[in-house]
Design a binder for this molecule. Sequence first.
Ligand SMILES: [Zn+2]
Length: 266
Amino acid sequence: MNFIKKYDITEDHLTKPSKRRPGSSMQLPIKFIVAHDTGNRGSTARGNVKYYENSRNDMFASAHLFVDDKEIIECIPALLSTPEKAYHVRANVEQDNILFGSNANESAIGIEYCYGGTIKAEEAYRRYLWVIAYTIHKFNLKPNGSVVGHFFLDPTRKTDPVTGLAHSRRTYEQLLRDIEEEYLDCTGGLQPVPTENHDRRGTVITTAKLNIRKGLPSTRAVIVTFAPIGTQLEYVDWTDDGEVINGISRWYKTQEGNYFWGGGVM
Ligand SMILES: [Zn+2]
């Protein structure tokens, strides 16, 4: 499958071995992507990488890529050569294990969004979307459900990339939708070939308060109950022919035969 190369990725790898880049390999295959922002208004991709290099032995904290309005810089190998470990999520959070079955630092690419100051938000956002979509393509991930925000994994300590995205007047939910659209745009609408699997059971986590509807994949159906944000929901099947909300027609079916909308889960 071809993927449109809209932007260049600049290689500027940190010196190894160092605390920020030990040079250790990751657990393959890569399973997911963590969306971050720098948490530092106005700091550029180049500035962040320079800072990392200068402080490379200060701490075990890093990310694979930094993105602003001018550049996409890879400072820990991820897309340009064999992925190496970066330290972008605390190892003792649980949500990454629950969602993806492994620690983010072992199995996820960390991508930082630079925002604020003189950074042109629209340009930075476009590059951010593209490089995340390209990472999905590169590691053969699903365009839907392979990206998670840092705040979602570490909610008591982190707000990224929600804070950074707010500078571009976008929400996290919008980001996830736009990534999927970007992926389809760059692959000419092609989805990865699904693996042979007729068992459509699974588990998702709600990203918003979600109503569970009685018997039909539609907001016209009676609300049976609701699931607060962050609830783990099991499904036994799904349909892509449900009521379309925000462009998403997927609805999941519960054990009880009720439905919830696929746009509110990950
Ligand atoms: Zn982060």
